[in-house]
Write a protein that binds this ligand. Sequence first.
Ligand SMILES: Cc1ncc(COP(=O)(O)O)c(C=O)c1O
Length: 442
Amino acid sequence: MTTLDRVGALSVNGFDGSSSAGLSAHTRELVDRRRRVLGPAYHLMYETPLELVRGEGVYVYDADGTRYLDMYNNVASVGHCHPRVVEAVTGQMSLINTHTRYLHEAVIGYAEDLVGTFPDGLCTAMFTCTGSEANDLALRIARHATGRQGIIVTESAYHGGTVDVAACSPSMGPASVSDAAWVRTVSAPDSYRVDGDLGTWFAEKVQEQIDDLVCSGVGFAALMVDSIFASDGILPEPTPFVKPAADVVHAAGGLLIADEVQPGFGRLGASMWGFERHGLQPDIVTMGKPMGNGMPIAGLVMQGSLAELFGRDLRYFNTFGGNPVTIAAAQAVLDVIRDDGLVANSASMGTRMLAGLREAADRVDSVGDIRGAGLFVGVEFIGPAGEPDPAEALRVVNAMKERGVLISATGSYGNTLKIRPPLTIEAADVDLFLEQFARVVD
Ligand SMILES: Cc1ncc(COP(=O)(O)O)c(C=O)c1O
């Protein structure tokens, strides 16, 4: 891989199924059956795939009973099998599960509670089952409101898997975006590689693509950005570097879609939503993953006027989106985040993790950068000439797994560790992670 080679359609930490080396007979059999019946598009993680059967808090257990510290799973954000979520879901499931075409107190109450966590103006919620559907609906709403089609995303973005949203996900490889004449990409605002004022730099890149969309006749509808730029390599600082780009977008009559599927619900420590770190007022915010702690619920919160316009001309129905059972899970998640002070915990545990990682990295040359916000942390590996070193990142990911700690890798070059434990993590677990990290990189 040369300095500028980017990760293609293959997963950064994907299992290479071409060899059985190191696999038990049982794992090999499962891998083969899975490949036969599910096909090749789904990828497994790690050199030797994991069969997880149980989880509790920040720990998960494989079929042999081996325990792993889960430093990767941002879906089970309030911890695996949190009793309040389990109770809420089973309680509602044993009463009734319907859809949004009936009145339901809890669905309305949750929507009110959720929009109450947003700045004024972001006051209407809509529910889906997945982050992809939320982003897809966001694109429809933005295009309907502006009457234009063009969407701008970052060069290694991932926003999901519907036809339109996959076209906005260059991290899935060139085949994902190649046919979409309405998508433009901008370089990621990577403070490790870009000198000077990052905000101005990013705004200029966005402006160039707006101009291109206008010139080509497609027109500009929206800039869609993940507020932590997770698949671009985790880019948290220096805030508020997205703000100038947001101003450029609004000046061109476009909308800003903040994809909070990864950073939302307190993960970044400073606040409930990642865009708040950038002092932004997005027009549409999408969310998912941690929203139901594993139950399939996702959605959007948007400016009321956008929802009015869309609802005036179009209808939306999603059979399972926002059903009372998944809403019960989502309400429990929001309650736990507030009652247990998890945003503050994310901030303090994140600070502890960054400090420990920096101390360990001081002793080695292979770590080029360590960055993070709350419990979303990236560690970037480089070679002797400062070039991205994805092989070392992958070695560390797999060595950590062998020591009972789960992480993965991300970024345009696949050389950045992605560390996102449940928000409930405690100091002893952070220290266990740091101890193993120090041993693996030393
Ligand atoms: C930033 C971002 N947006 C959207 C999605 C899509 O969410 P889902 O897999 O629930 O469709 C993902 C999933 O990884 C994501 O990371």
